[in-house]
Design a protein. Structure first.
Length: 274
């Protein structure tokens, strides 16, 4: 294994074993419920991964799937899960079909069952650095950073992508850890002038080849969150040869992806044992 690789697969497997041991000691069985709508093929894969991992860790798993449903009816279904004491954590699989009111639906989930950390209440707690269930991908990125003992204090961190799912929560999490953080997006002018200056570059956009080798700083740490499927193969947002210039870099696949799923499982444990 290339010593420059940040091995998310390995870290996630180690954490899974630790979690399994902790779950085995619990007196009650925890249950993860996933709510999904429509027939997005990628979503089907992601729900399948969550189901597999949930059972491996020792949880019950419930998938409430609807081919079509209205916002109001979906909210009623989520409220039933909120009221069901046997359900520990709830996630709404994204993306939802365009016709549904994503914000209302996500914010129906009780904050203490919100294992995806996407309710307004949990996001606000994150911004204010209060303890909360963290969104899974940002949590996974922070776990990778800590697993590799990456020092953040005073470091120039550049994040490309400002979604509520990834870039925006990461901005706050890194700021709380005293990094100097810049958040770039589609309107950023001269992206390269930012990325080339980054000690730590985190990219979460969803565009293969957005960041080429000449756009990264020598000796930098690169965390590629992007997942782009081209002809059945997965690519990140950063060209793979950027690893030549980096100190450390996540591969795609096998970097951030596995960390997202284990972070979800850790959130279920966290909320189920409070
Ligand atoms: N590894 C994992 O577990 C995991 C988990 C979640 C997501 N992902 C992947 O991460 C990627 C991002 O996901 P997301 O949900 O955050 O996507 P998103 O909601 O579509 O957000 C994309 C972000 O990228 C920005 N952007 C678009 N084009 C850009 C450009 N040319 N230069 C700079 N910024 C640009 C957008 O800017 P504006 O805000 O200005 O539009 C937006 O902030 C996707 O590939 C997704 O599949 C991976």
């Amino acid at each position: 294994m290339n010593s420059k690789i940040i091995d998310g697969k390995k870290i996630s497997l180690e954490r899974k074993e630790l979690l399994k041991e902790k779950v085995a000691k619990l007196k009650k069985k925890l249950t993860l419920a996933v709510v999904s709508v429509g027939d997005n093929p990628a979503s089907r894969v992601y729900v399948g991964q969550k189901e597999k991992m949930a059972y491996e860790v020792g949880y019950n798993f419930k998938n409430l799937h609807f081919d079509t449903i209205s916002t109001d009816d979906l909210i009623k279904e989520i409220k039933k899960l909120n009221d069901d004491d046997s359900v520990t954590g709830i996630i709404v699989q994204l993306p939802l079909p365009e016709n549904l009111d994503k914000d209302r639906i996500l914010n129906t989930v009780l904050p203490n069952k919100d294992v995806d950390g996407l309710t307004n209440i949990n996001l606000l707690k994150l911004v204010k650095n209060e303890s909360s269930l963290l969104p899974c991908t940002p949590k996974g990125v922070m776990t990778l950073i800590d697993s590799y003992n990456i020092d953040l204090i005073g470091k120039k961190v550049v994040i490309v992508g400002r979604s509520e799912l990834v870039g925006l929560p990461l901005f706050h999490l890194l700021l709380h850890r005293n990094a100097t953080v810049t958040l770039c997006h589609s309107k950023t002018k001269d992206l390269k002038s930012y990325t080339k200056d980054a000690d730590i570059l985190i990219v979460a956009v969803g565009k293969k080849g957005l960041i080429s080798k000449d756009m990264v700083k020598d000796g930098s740490i690169i965390i590629d969150v992007g997942i782009n499927r081209v002809d059945g193969k997965l690519y990140g947002d950063v060209d793979a040869d950027a690893i030549d210039k980096s100190l450390l870099m996540t591969p795609v696949p096998g970097g951030v992806g596995p960390m997202t799923v284990i972070s979800l499982m850790e959130n279920v444990y966290e909320t189920g044992t409070k």
